[in-house]
Ligand binder design. Structure first.
Ligand code: ADP
Ligand code: MG
Length: 680
């Protein structure tokens, strides 16, 4: 039912609610408050503590006084008392309140306590005379846009609950609710908006989060099993040649690499389309696993493509792929923006004719004009830098080609199941042997001189260094400015005897590439950079990573940055300059000092900080969550994953009557992705 039918909502308000993505009465009822103002705690004046927000029942004890401040504000003061003391209520620019209150009136108030000498003052309190409706309660605070106040929203919500809460269907079966002790939906909705007390709020939220995550999880599992059935893929024959190739590699594969390749091989030999995510820490050797898959595709006469997020990375991949495959008659080409048009056209022609076996490149490979002859395998490297859409476009370049995505962003498995719900997951959880542990130090800003001396010493010995400048959140411009400032001061003063370069996200990609190339060629000793270097670049001679204001970064991101060093034969160092004194940031730094396990680090980061830095949660293409938070509700997420599996084991298509409401909801939630499902 449309929102307009709610009492108190006309076309104008309906339009404003639509901006909040509220279209129906149900949307409204599931629109959870952002936070709450707990006004349940009544105190006596003698118990008031400075700065605390309290509710009080007081009596007006004197006449109002009106003043005018120097800044021309009108100030109204009204004295009040209870049996334990006195206070003054103060309002700015609200003189009309004087008319509403007379000596002897008993009122309830809520506000923040302030002391002036011995006198208690409460500024701009909420007050009620008579019937207490707003004080002594928990008041919801909604995430709103302009032109809609919280008070209006509360009224709308009260009406919606009064007249429509009974229409909300109970989608969880009684047996499930009893088993997990979940509140009925009606009670949950009432208590998420107007909780009776804290305990009711917690139960209400638990119930709604569970339902939301269960719906999401069931939907994803269904899509996944269904895609498998629908998407007949290429069935590559088994080949032993790949083992010769493996045996002739300059190193032995790690057990983890072998296991993951086996999983890929099995996928490729099935007649279903492969949709696999390979997660592996920085330096765990994902590229070679991708190369093995491409080798296998080539053996059966198919083309492969590998897409990387930056030109530098694409070039590095191209070089190492050509290197590894040099003994075979495999044609590999690089397609990036900086090629001449003539060269590009040549490549496109040959690709279409089928003369090129492996194409490596940046976004350039998903442009319209890129056509393959027989694309059999599409690999995306550093998946978190691409959206779901780009992955889809790439796979449409062929006829159900096998899909492999690789990421170094370690995500706890539970979360990966949600974020990459329609992918199978392989994990390379082992580093090649002989890697030197990177020595990690967390220091305060007072140590900068010593750090600079250390960097100087290493450079004089022939090494190079990365210096990452402070991350300035949500501002590209400031980010660049801070990088430029740091660059200037280091280049002209601290390190004036060395060659220093600057790299940041606002530079054109050919500028970035040329700086990076200079660094690779050792024409630069120090590279000052924003986080653009985070992704997969390999410069083995660099052995120092200095990160300014490390406390502003996510741990997973720091771990990635650290992974840029330790790639050669030299002992490497990561120095985290912690600009904060807080306990939590020291704890976070300690985690990085102690561990080099990306999964452990990201789990810990979630635990300490909630939302990780690893990705914009927006871009992964999941339905929007109304109540649940994928990070802080990790425990409930685990529970729903288990339940969803149980349910589907018992009833693979949710055909039982007791799931019919849940099923309908799944269909409407995943509209475009699920419409060809058997669920219809
Ligand atoms: P990432 O997983 O971060 O993408 P890469 O694939 O770039 O890691 O591998 C990092 C380096 O380790 C490369 O130089 C690669 O050749 C090397 N490497 C990969 N696998 C092994 C192995 N099993 N033994 C030794 N070195 C390896
Ligand atoms: Mg890589």
């Amino acid at each position: 039912m449309s929102i307009q039918y709610i009492k108190g909502v006309g076309p104008k308000r309906a339009a404003r609610l639509k901006k909040l993505n509220i279209h129906t009465v149900e949307d409204l009822l599931y629109f959870a408050p952002r936070e709450y103002d707990d006004r349940t705690k009544f105190k006596y004046l003698s118990q008031c503590i400075k700065g605390e927000k309290v509710s009080l029942r007081v009596q007006v004890s004197g006449y109002p006084s009106k003043l005018r401040s120097r800044k021309n504000l009108s100030i109204l003061k009204i004295p009040v008392e209870d049996q334990t003391g006195n206070a003054t209520l103060v309002w700015f620019n609200q003189n009309y309140i004087a008319q509403k209150l007379s000596i002897g009136d008993k009122i309830a108030i809520n506000g923040k306590v302030d002391y002036f000498g011995n006198e208690i003052q409460i500024t701009n309190p909420v007050f009620e005379k008579g019937n207490e409706k707003k004080i002594g309660k928990i008041i919801p605070i909604y995430p709103l846009t302009d032109k809609l106040t919280n008070n209006e929203m509360i009224k709308i919500m009260e009406n919606a609950i009064k007249y429509h809460v009974d229409d909300i269907p109970e989608r969880l079966s009684t047996s499930l609710r009893e088993e997990l002790q979940l509140m009925p939906v009606k009670e949950a909705i009432i208590n998420i908006h107007f909780p009776k007390d804290r305990a009711h709020y917690i139960q209400a939220r638990r119930r709604l989060v569970f339902e939301e995550l269960l719906t999401l999880q069931l939907g994803l599992f269904l899509i996944k099993s269904r895609t498998k059935e629908l998407n007949k893929g290429i069935q590559y024959p088994h080949t032993k040649d790949i083992y010769d190739f493996i045996n002739n590699l300059p190193f032995n594969l790690t057990n983890a690499q072998k296991r993951v390749f086996k999983e890929i091989e099995a996928d490729m030999e099935k007649d279903e389309q492969m949709n696999r995510l390979v997660q592996g820490d920085v330096g765990s050797g994902k590229t070679i696993v991708g190369i093995l898959a491409m080798f296998k595709a080539w053996k059966s006469g198919y083309q492969s493509v590998m897409m990387a997020p930056t030109e530098i990375l694409a070039t590095q991949h191209y070089e190492s792929i050509s290197n590894f495959l040099s003994n075979y008659n495999i044609r590999c080409e690089l397609l990036v923006g900086s090629l001449s048009n003539k060269k590009k056209e040549e490549i496109l022609d040959e690709l279409k004719r089928g003369d090129i076996d492996i194409l490596v490149g940046t976004h350039a490979v998903i442009q319209d004009k890129v056509e393959f002859n027989r694309l059999g395998l599409a690999i995306t490297d550093e998946q978190h830098r691409f959206g779901v859409k780009q992955r889809a476009i790439l796979s449409q370049k062929g006829k159900n080609p096998d899909i492999l995505v690789m990421t170094a962003t370690p995500i706890p498995r539970t979360l990966a199941l949600i974020l990459y719900g329609d992918l199978d997951i392989s994990i390379i959880d082992e580093l090649p042997p002989g890697r030197k542990e990177i020595e990690t130090y967390a220091v305060g800003s007072n140590m900068i001189d010593r750090i600079n001396n250390f960097v100087r010493k290493q450079i004089l010995e022939g090494r190079q260094a990365y210096i990452v400048c402070p991350l300035i959140e949500e501002s590209d411009t400031l980010d660049v400015k801070s990088a430029e400032e740091l660059y200037m001061s280091l280049k002209d003063e601290t390190f004036k005897e060395f060659k220093v370069g600057l790299l940041h996200g606002r530079m054109k990609s050919n500028e970035k590439d040329s700086i990076m190339q200079k660094f690779v060629d050792k024409e630069l000793d120090i590279l000052i950079s924003t986080t653009v270097i985070e992704v997969g670049v390999n410069v083995p001679n660099v052995n120092i990573m200095v990160i300014y204001n490390a406390e502003r970064f996510g741990l997973a991101q720091l771990h990635q940055l650290r992974g840029r060093v330790g790639r050669g034969e030299y002992q490497s160092y990561c120095i985290l300059i912690n600009g904060s004194n807080s306990k939590i940031s020291r704890q976070r730094m300690r985690i990085l000092q102690k561990s080099s396990d990306g999964f452990y680090i990201s789990e810990k980061d979630l635990e300490l900080r909630g939302p990780g830095e690893f990705f914009g949660t927006r871009q992964h293409g999941l339905p929007e969550l109304k109540v649940a938070n994928l990070f802080s509700d990790m425990n409930l997420l685990k529970l729903t994953q288990k339940k969803a599996k149980d349910i589907l084991k018992e009833d693979a298509l949710l055909l039982d009557e007791k799931y019919s409401l849940l099923r309908q909801n799944i269909i409407s939630l995943f509209k475009d992705r699920i419409n060809d499902l058997i669920l219809n």
